[in-house]
Design a protein around this ligand. Structure first.
Ligand code: ADP
Length: 785
């Protein structure tokens, strides 16, 4: 019984029993046996849905009980708040929980007071770089989905972060949760941890391939599922599950496919719904529409009316949780999902269909088969313990050969081994600079010694490769003035420190610095021909040491309503002042921004746009003969244009349509741009460049999604881009105006929403924000808006 687990805070056992957890699952019991609740490090390599989260919770709770502090590292930002919500039920037992997301450069000191902290590995890495005070108080760290160290983009950060945390806190308990992988023992070796490796599952899983008119299962059995008329295999299988009273999770390889599949499945489900279910689904659809006013929201609601939904990283998190809850409550019968988030979200289902086992891979240059590990993770979602006799996971094939291949490739196959990707250059570039900058190492030898503590070193006997990439990365960092070497000692330069603290890829920083300096040179030439016309930047700008103004300080400035923030320093020389589009393009060119793909026809559109705006770019436009470089320039331009639309108050819906993206994508791009522009602003400060004010303004516009004249208003809490525009059109153009304006006009501009209007007036610091008995006055312009 959980009651017998040693070392937990009082009341935890009752809480668990209340949740139906009366006994530990075998892998959990094994973990406790291995010392999980006594601070022992552990690698748990067990199948999906076998209770890894509880293993983590037991470790964290017992660490807190011993007076320590625990950190839970999630692989995706979108999962951080979900985990936090899950852990918050421990707050009744006196345990505080905090989540750290966003804003890479803050050190998050407030987290020092939390017992359990949830963060992404990128965030933790940056907290280490910024020397967050509480990092050395950690006694337990959990790495969720540790097999992702194999991921070429995000893996190295997780790997280096774990190595650093262990170096900072020698007694640190590391609990690494992993899907079943081929070499969990190597991972355990690396982390000096006990290993729990198990194939145990709480519910039996049968895997099979649907071909012709039947599913062929791995145990040799068959189930007839005929495909009739113009039906597709997935539709036949969803219908079949539903007739048995079950629900289906369909995995596809892209967001668009998820949406179109959900639309089609609605047809299958709708026919089988009773009137109560239809009414409940109507309500849910309304709730979904209420979350946001976008096309995705509408599409999702339309699908949901028919009992089907789509699920992918482009959905707003409120949408996602509504969908997941309704699926768990069996109101929704089908979810068509991309695997990105589904791996981390607990949505068991009677049947899982893996429709697509290949995915487009840009680097690979075509459709690439998924890893066994990924397919097994999706299949693992099949079967709801206590509800289903067993779970079924089905792959699809159109011919006998493919069926055989699928059995070989996935069903009979063991998952791959996890391999470190640390020796890749972009990863080392970032992490070596950070290691030097934060003082972890100050010589080539010191760096190599630190690298010895990584999985890479554990896995490779050959130091030669690590040494040679290290040398070439050091040469790159030195050539870009991010580090200096003297008598074998390596130090980060001012700019190098800034880059590391800002959490930039040094290559992004180099691109930004080059771009800003390019602008400066242009300005220099302009200034020479028109001497004396240009004013120097405002005096307070000059006085700041090193230009180290943190984003949060700026925020406070703006909220004070200090208007000098938004005033352009100098409009007399338009060509010399970087334009927002020029700056958006600059940050979109960096490797830290994922650009939009060029679709057919885009090449022409953006080539034209490129020449129209040639003078605005902060750098030389590659010639059309430099094929790859030109193409990259154009896709950065497409991204920049999206950002420019956003900052010009174009409707979200219009943007999603124009660029073929979801609202979640807009938010993602906007956040990345905000961060990169914040970084650019600080780099401009460190280098004492005059473009700093222009950068700040471009950043503010992105932050609020408004034109210049609304920056002041939109910064008031609860105002936002749309309301700011309506206020402006009603003649209220600034915070000062808002504090003085006729209350009826304010109420009219805010469409008679009394509560909202009062909150806003309060936030702007109006003396008497009450709107009791105030009549809304519709000004003419407001009515038009
Ligand atoms: P994983 O992280 O391994 O994919 P989860 O931690 O999400 O799996 O667990 C899957 C489900 O199993 C959760 O709903 C959890 O509440 C439940 N669960 C975990 N441990 C037990 C247990 N010992 N007894 C009953 N249910 C459990």
């Amino acid at each position: 019984k959980p009651a017998e687990i040693p070392g937990l805070p009082p009341g935890v056992d009752d809480q668990l029993a209340g949740e139906g957890i009366e006994e530990l699952y075998p892998p959990q019991a094994e973990a406790v046996e291995a010392g999980l609740t006594d601070g022992e490090s552990l690698v748990a390599s067990v199948p999906t849905a076998s209770g890894k989260t509880l293993i983590a919770e037991l470790a964290m709770l017992s660490a807190v009980q011993r007076g320590g502090k625990a950190l839970y590292i999630v692989p995706l930002r979108a999962l951080a708040s979900e985990k936090k919500t899950e852990f918050e039920r421990w707050e009744d037992h006196g345990i505080s929980v905090g989540v750290s997301t966003g804003n890479y450069e803050s050190s998050g000191e407030w987290l020092a007071s939390r017992d359990i902290i949830v963060a992404t590995s990128e965030k933790v890495d940056s907290l280490v770089r910024n020397n967050a005070g509480w990092i050395d108080q950690l006694s337990c760290v959990v790495a969720d989905e540790v097999h992702l160290v194999d991921d070429r983009n995000r893996g190295p950060t997780l790997e280096v972060t774990l190595a650093k945390l262990r170096q900072i806190n020698p007694g640190l308990q590391v609990v690494a949760l992993s899907a079943t992988v081929g070499n969990a023992d190597e991972v355990a070796d690396w982390l000096d941890a006990e290993l729990v490796h198990s194939e145990w599952r709480p519910i039996d899983l049968r895997m099979g391939v649907h071909f012709g008119n039947a599913i062929n299962f791995d145990d040799g059995s068959q189930r007839e599922v005929p495909v009739e008329g113009s039906q597709r295999q997935t539709e036949a299988l969803v219908g079949d599950t539903l007739d048995e009273g079950g629900s289906t999770l369909v995995f596809v390889n892209s967001r668009r496919n998820a949406e179109s599949a959900a639309k089609r499945q609605g047809g299958v489900v709708e026919r089988r719904l009773d009137s109560d279910e239809k009414a409940d689904l109507q309500d849910l659809a309304e709730e979904i529409r209420g979350v946001s006013d976008t096309e995705t929201s509408d599409d999702l609601a339309d699908c949901i009316e028919n009992g089907a939904a789509f699920h992918h990283a482009g959905l707003a998190s409120e949408h996602r949780s509504l969908v997941e809850d309704a699926f768990r409550d069996r109101l929704l019968k089908v979810i068509c999902a991309t695997p990105t988030l589904a791996a981390g979200v607990n949505t068991p289902s009677r049947r899982v269909i893996v429709r697509d086992w290949r995915r487009y891979d840009g680097e690979f240059g075509g459709m690439k088969p998924l890893d066994v590990l990924e397919i097994h993770q999706m299949c693992g979602r099949a079967g709801r313990p206590g509800l289903d006799p067993y779970g079924e996971a089905v792959l699809l094939s159109k011919d006998a050969d493919t069926m055989d291949e699928l059995f070989e490739r996935y069903i009979w196959a063991d998952p791959e081994a996890v391999r470190s990707k640390l020796a890749a250059e972009p990863a080392l570039r970032t992490h070596l600079l950070a290691t030097i900058s934060s003082g972890f190492a100050n010589s080539r030898e010191g760096l190599l010694e630190f690298l010895e503590a990584t999985l890479y070193a554990t896995q490779t006997g050959d130091d030669g490769r690590l040494e040679s990439v290290t040398d070439s990365v050091l040469a790159y960092l030195e050539a870009n003035d991010f580090i200096e070497r003297e008598d074998g000692t390596i130090r980060a330069t001012n700019i190098g420190h800034t880059v590391s603290r800002l959490y930039l890829d040094p290559m992004s920083a180099a691109e930004i610095v080059d771009g800003l300096q390019y602008a400066e040179q242009n300005r220099g030439e302009e200034a020479a021909t028109s001497e004396g016309q240009r004013e120097r930047p405002a005096a307070d700008e000059e006085a700041e040491p090193e230009g180290f103004v943190s984003a949060s300080e700026l925020q406070t400035d703006a909220e004070d309503g200090s208007e000098s923030e938004t005033e352009p320093v100098d409009d007399s020389q338009p060509p010399a002042r970087p334009t927002p589009l020029g700056l958006y393009h600059l940050v979109s060119r960096t490797p830290d921004m994922y650009d939009l793909y060029l679709k057919s026809g885009d090449r022409e559109t953006y080539t034209e746009l490129c020449y129209e705006h040639e003078a605005e770019f902060l750098g030389r436009v590659p010639s059309e003969y430099e094929d790859v470089a030109f193409e990259e320039w154009l896709s950065a331009l497409k991204t920049a244009k999206l950002l420019d639309d956003w900052a010009s108050e174009v409707d979200e819906d219009r943007i999603t349509e124009r660029y073929g993206v979801g609202p979640g994508d807009i938010r993602g791009k906007v956040e990345t741009a905000e961060w990169l522009l914040g970084a650019a602003e600080q780099l401009a400060g460190t280098l004492e460049l005059s473009s700093r004010v222009a950068v700040r303004e471009a950043k503010k516009r992105i932050e609020y999604g408004v034109r210049e004249e609304l920056i002041d208003l939109a910064g008031v809490r609860n105002v936002g881009r749309k309301r700011a525009r309506r206020l402006f059109e009603a003649g209220i153009e600034s915070r000062a105006d808002l504090r003085e304006a006729d209350k009826g006009v304010v109420l009219g501009a805010l469409r008679g929403r009394q509560k909202t209007a009062e909150t806003i007036l309060e936030n702007v610091g109006r003396e008497d924000p009450s709107l009791e008995d105030v009549e809304a006055v519709e000004t003419e312009t407001a009515a038009v808006a």
